[in-house]
Design a protein around this ligand. Structure first.
Ligand code: UTP
Length: 293
């Protein structure tokens, strides 16, 4: 019987060193893009795929995430009194979902963060969403991945073509395209040098994982950077059963990187109906000014 993807895990226990000092006392996942924290975009992506349970892996200084998705009775009461119905509805919608928070004692790596969710996920396929990878909300990346995972009953990783100069920051796959944009993966390398990368297909922050990954993670030793790497566990899984990749051709921004974060902010502001005209005008005036030296 096909088990549906009903749960999403949001690893959010990393230190966010690329965004210091902003991330010293507040979580990277709470940095806003326009008017929502990055993790809210991620949660909404899962909501759009009918996912009902949200499991957040947190660490030190991450309390703001729990507060963000919790009820805020005083605020809700005030919004109601002031007739601010639209924003009230949005806030209430999010706090009605079932959220679980698991503390990762120490940032021992993405693989270890996912392993922390074992008891909550149990024996069913689940989504993993890295909220600092911002996917354009108009693209249905996760939905496509769930379809592929249902069809093949297997793990599916999101892939994107990445230029050589940046490939050393990613896990990179070797594989064969078996259907349009669907790859059967034959190997993976975590953060290779450009000269050692098996392709330009990098793994980005969306995964549908089958639950056997937990037993593998339990036996995975620390790898690159002394961290328990998800890529190493996926390599083991790959030896036991097929693992697939889905090549995403839409827009993605690396919100954990300063320039990526700025790009996401500009692009999403230009899509926001209440901001776009004024903001476009402003950007044009900035361009004119910089062209004039
Ligand atoms: P990153 O590689 O982006 O690390 O982690 P980071 O600590 O968040 O940021 P930098 O590189 O120091 O700036 C990828 C994802 O895995 C999570 C992070 O929260 C992020 O969503 N993660 C990483 C954990 O939850 N636990 C870990 O031990 C490591």
């Amino acid at each position: 019987m096909i088990k549906k993807v009903r749960k999403a895990v949001f690893p959010a226990a990393g230190l966010g060193t690329r965004f210091l000092p902003a991330t010293k006392a507040s979580p990277k996942e709470m940095l806003p893009i326009v008017d929502k924290p990055m993790i809210q975009y991620a949660v909404e992506e899962a909501e759009a795929c009918n996912i009902k349970e949200f499991i957040v892996i947190t660490g030190k200084s991450k309390r703001a995430i729990e507060d963000h998705f919790d009820h805020a009775f005083e605020l809700e009461h005030t919004l109601k009194r002031k007739g601010k119905e639209a924003i009230l509805k949005e806030i209430q919608r999010l706090s009605k979902h079932q959220f679980a928070y698991i503390r990762q004692g120490a940032p021992l790596g993405l693989g270890h963060a996912i392993l922390c969710s074992k008891a909550f996920v149990n024996d069913e396929p689940f989504a993993v969403i890295l909220s600092d990878d911002i996917i354009d909300p108009d693209d249905n990346l996760l939905g496509e991945m769930i379809k592929i995972s249902n069809k093949y009953q297997a793990t599916v990783l999101a892939l994107q073509r990445i230029p050589k100069s940046e490939i050393h920051r990613y896990g990179v796959i070797a594989g064969k395209e078996i259907d349009k944009n669907i790859y059967k993966i034959s190997d993976m390398v975590e953060k290779p040098k450009a000269s050692d990368a098996p392709s330009d297909l990098a793994i980005i922050g969306r995964y549908i994982l089958t639950p056997d990954i937990f037993n593998i993670l339990e036996k995975t030793l620390p790898g690159k950077g002394g961290e328990i790497q998800l890529t190493d566990a996926l390599k083991t899984q790959l030896k036991r059963k097929p693992v697939y990749g889905y090549l995403f051709e839409g827009r993605r921004y690396d919100g954990g990187d300063k320039v990526g974060y700025l790009k996401a902010t500009v692009e999403l502001a230009l899509k926001n109906p209440s901001l776009k005209d004024e903001f476009r005008e402003y950007l044009e005036s900035v361009m004119k000014r910089s062209n004039n030296g």
